[in-house]
Design a protein around this ligand. Structure first.
Ligand code: HPA
Length: 249
């Protein structure tokens, strides 16, 4: 099957309402089951697969997501380009709530996640190049699509991936800032590395839901704030994706 794009939706993005002629695939993989059904349909005349990373009812927390099954299932459907949509907290000045960003680097602070297709018995050991963790080609295409759709997006930034599901302490975020992180989320890894292992072009569209702990003037982060901001900012995602597909190669 030929797919022009695979999209993995994060918190606040559980479906792509604009998909047309949708078929549903419930897949199994050698790594287990993905987070839920994969919806395949048409967007801007192109064939697109959509998977909700946390499940369509948001029932799978970040540290329990079967990242390998998710990426592998989309690969089985023919994905060669993949956009991950990730809710994040903003750390540095230009990353305030409701900003969209396309990061260009990441630091992985997660632990205990199954982060490679190599760690099953008998698998060929491969050391992928991860100098640039995101596909430059797809990042550029996403940024161009956003510009043409009239959507403001920050170009670049370092994404720090924490374990979750709890949010971070002020001291943890201060450490991430010292490390050079601009954004913090819980789901960007190992997804990006797994995509690279399978030769899939991968980029991430970050939706800033809140100032990370200690970065804004609020004493604590509330879920009302997180979901309110995500609802507002995620409304811009479909037009960016539609524009991206209009330039599909
Ligand atoms: N930290 C980690 N992940 C997040 C945050 C945060 O502050 N907000 C949304 N996802």
């Amino acid at each position: 099957m030929n797919l022009d794009l695979a999209v993995i939706g994060g918190t606040g993005v559980y479906r792509l309402a604009a998909l047309q002629n949708v078929e549903t695939h419930v897949l199994d993989t050698p790594y287990g089951q993905p987070s839920g059904p994969i919806r395949v349909g048409e967007l801007s005349g192109q064939r697109v697969a959509f998977l909700a990373r946390h499940g369509e009812a948001h029932s799978v927390p970040p540290h329990r997501i079967n990242y390998r099954a998710n990426v592998y299932a989309l690969h089985q459907l023919g994905a060669t380009r993949m956009v991950g949509i990730n809710a994040v907290g903003g750390i540095t000045e230009r990353m305030g709530p409701r900003v969209l960003a396309v990061p260009d680097q990441l630091i992985d602070y997660t632990h205990g996640r199954l982060g490679s297709f190599c760690d099953v018995e008998g698998a060929k050991v491969e050391h992928i190049d991860f100098t640039e963790p995101y596909s430059r080609r797809l990042r550029v295409a996403l940024l161009r699509a956003a510009r043409e759709a009239g959507v403001d997006v920050v170009d670049g930034g370092v994404y720090g991936c924490t374990q979750g599901p709890r949010l971070e302490t002020i001291a943890e975020i201060a450490r991430l800032r010292r490390d050079g992180c601009d954004l913090v989320g819980m789901t960007g890894m190992p997804e990006a590395a797994l995509a690279r292992e399978l030769g899939i072009d991968y980029a991430s569209l970050n939706l800033v839901a809140n100032w990370a702990a200690g970065c804004g003037d609020q004493a604590e982060i509330t879920m009302e704030e997180v979901f309110g901001n995500l609802e507002a900012v995620s409304s811009q995602v479909p037009s960016v994706l539609s524009m991206l597909l209009q330039h599909a190669v």
